[in-house]
Each structure stands twice: as structure tokens, then as C-alpha cells.
Design a protein around this ligand. Structure first.
Ligand SMILES: C[S@@+](CC[C@H](N)C(=O)[O-])C[C@H]1O[C@@H](n2cnc3c(N)ncnc32)[C@H](O)[C@@H]1O
Length: 287
């Protein structure tokens, strides 16, 4: 491991806003078995009191990398608490260092695998989730996509009823996959667009339409932040000339959530993803 990374990891230990739990804090060995079972972390249900000292709404950015959305949204909305979650300590360092130096009271970071997220948040503790340039996981298991039914089931356990999930991605495949998940599960889509800088966002018709948005009409973006905040990866993808897609939907029923199956044309969208398939979301620069 490089010296720079080691220095960042050492500094991470000093940031109060960064929680880096040991696996042992959330994983239990089943007695008499080698299987590991998830158990609740001590902060579950207590983020307001323990981390922020208030009961303001909490918004998560999952796969936050350097925490660009977390920081930008926190600066715009001091009345909301933001938590960026990622597994990469060297990336989290950037956001945590900025939040510490600027003494931002409404920013925290959590270093963990998102697979373990339900160990950290209690029922109704989170108001919204942002998925920003998530790895599209084109070839692996469907269950590894952060907008798969498996992950939506996890989010449902701690999202307040009707909580919104924002998906912002360069991957048309992931956008179409997530749209299909919404469709088969009848989740309300609040806004969607396949090129947010080139077109307006389409609000779907009738009951899906949010208050103030006449059904079936095209509107300019309802959320300024969708175009006004650009992450590290987003800037890279824009430089490559890739359109950026956006989908906002509500986790508005109890589930269980079904997989899209034939409602999603995997082969078609995989082929449409084109050369990006070989890019695989790994930055060439060290981060
Ligand atoms: C393509 S990067 C995007 C980072 C940031 N959102 C941005 O737009 O610059 C995807 C990020 O998600 C994180 N990630 C992917 N899968 C994860 C998982 N299962 N648990 C935790 N972090 C994950 C990676 O470490 C990486 O930082």
C-alpha cells in the first residue's frame, strides 16, 4: 500500500464525522456454524442524537466515493443531515477531511459495505437515498446492483414510508434496469430522464405524478441538485461525452419486491452500453 494511502487511513482515525466499524461490530458467528449473521451496530436508530445532536431528517449517499453529493447537499441544506457511505477509505478521506476542516455539523461518513447497511439504520431513520454513479454490475449477479430488489428490500427497512431513491448514472443499462424494477413492483416514479443536460425530465402520468406536476407533461428538473452538483465520476463521464441519466422513485409499499425478469431486456441494453462495458467504472487515476 502506498505511503499516501497509509497517511489518509491514519488521518481517517482522527475524524469524528467518520465511522469505520470493525466487521466484528456487525457480524456474529452463528453458534455451531461457520455462517456469519448481521447484527445491529450500536449507532442504529441513534444517528440524530449520537452523531448530529439533533433530530433533523437524514439523507444517505450510497457509494459516495469522495462524498461530492454529501458535501454539496449538506452545504445547501443545513437543516438536513447527510451521510456518505462507501467501502473505500482513501476516497472517504477527502469528504471527511473537508467536513472536518469546515466544521460542517450536518455531514457524516460511514465506511462499510452497502450489503451491511441495514445493521446501521433503524426503521424510518432515513428520509432519502442517493445512488450516485453506482457500479452498474453488468455481468455479475443481479443482486449486486444497488437498485436490485434485494437492495430495495434492505432500504425499505429503514427508509421512512414513501422515501425517495435518486439514481444518477451514466449507465443506460442501470437506468433501464432500475426503471424495470420500478415498473414490475409498481413503485411511483417521480422523475426520469435519459440525458439530464440535453432534455427535460418526464414526470409519469396520473397517480405517479408528484404534487404540482401536471400528469404526462414535460417539466424542467424538479431537483436543482440533479444538474447543479457533479461528482468526481460524473465529470469524467461528461468529458467522455456520455449522457447522464436520472431516475427518482419512491419506496412506497411493503414489498416483497420482485425481479424484473423478462420486463428487462438484458441483452439489448448490454449491447447498447457499448464500449463502456470495457471501462467497468474503474478510474485510471489512483483515488
Ligand atoms: C463509480 S464510483 C462513484 C463514486 C461517487 N459516487 C462519484 O460519483 O464520484 C462507485 C463507488 O461505489 C463504491 N461501492 C461500490 N459498491 C459498493 C458496496 N457494495 N459497498 C460499499 N461501497 C461500494 C465504490 O467503492 C466506489 O467509490
Amino acid at each position: 500500500m502506498g505511503h499516501g494511502k497509509l497517511k489518509k487511513f491514519a488521518e481517517n482515525e482522527t475524524f469524528r464525522c467518520l465511522l469505520q466499524p470493525d466487521a466484528s461490530a456487525i457480524l456474529n458467528k452463528e453458534p455451531g456454524s461457520r455462517a456469519l449473521k448481521l447484527r445491529d451496530h450500536a449507532i442504529k436508530g441513534s444517528w440524530g442524537r449520537e452523531m448530529f445532536g439533533n433530530d433533523h431528517p437524514i439523507v444517505l449517499e450510497l457509494g459516495c466515493g469522495k462524498g461530492d453529493y454529501t458535501i454539496a447537499l449538506a452545504l445547501r441544506h443545513p437543516e438536513i443531515n447527510y451521510i456518505g457511505v462507501d467501502i473505500k477509505g482513501a476516497r472517504l478521506w477527502k469528504g471527511a477531511k473537508f467536513a472536518t476542516e469546515q466544521a460542517l455539523p450536518n455531514v457524516a461518513f460511514l465506511r462499510t459495505r452497502i450489503e451491511f447497511i441495514e445493521a446501521f439504520f433503524g426503521p424510518g431513520e432515513v428520509s432519502e437515498i442517493w445512488l450516485t454513479f453506482s457500479d452498474p454490475q453488468l455481468h455479475g449477479s443481479e443482486n449486486s446492483r444497488l437498485s436490485s430488489p434485494l437492495f430495495l428490500e434492505r432500504y425499505r427497512k429503514f427508509l421512512r414510508p414513501g422515501g425517495t431513491v435518486h439514481l444518477k448514472t451514466d449507465s443506460r443499462y442501470l437506468y433501464e434496469y432500475t426503471s424495470a424494477v420500478c415498473k414490475v413492483n409498481e413503485l411511483s416514479v417521480m422523475a426520469s430522464g435519459t440525458d439530464i443536460y440535453g432534455e427535460v425530465i418526464l414526470f409519469p402520468a396520473a397517480a405517479d405524478t408528484p404534487v404540482g406536476a401536471p400528469s404526462g407533461e414535460k417539466h424542467h428538473l424538479c431537483v436543482d441538485e440533479v444538474t447543479q452538483v457533479q461528482t468526481f465520476y460524473e465529470k469524467m463521464f461528461l468529458q467522455m461525452g456520455l449522457p447522464i441519466t436520472y431516475l427518482a422513485f419512491c419506496i412506497d409499499h411493503e414489498g416483497p419486491y420482485a425481479f424484473p425478469g423478462a420486463a428487462f431486456d438484458h441483452d439489448y441494453w448490454l449491447q447498447a452500453e457499448g464500449p463502456r462495458r470495457s471501462f467497468s467504472h474503474q478510474p485510471t487515476r489512483k483515488s
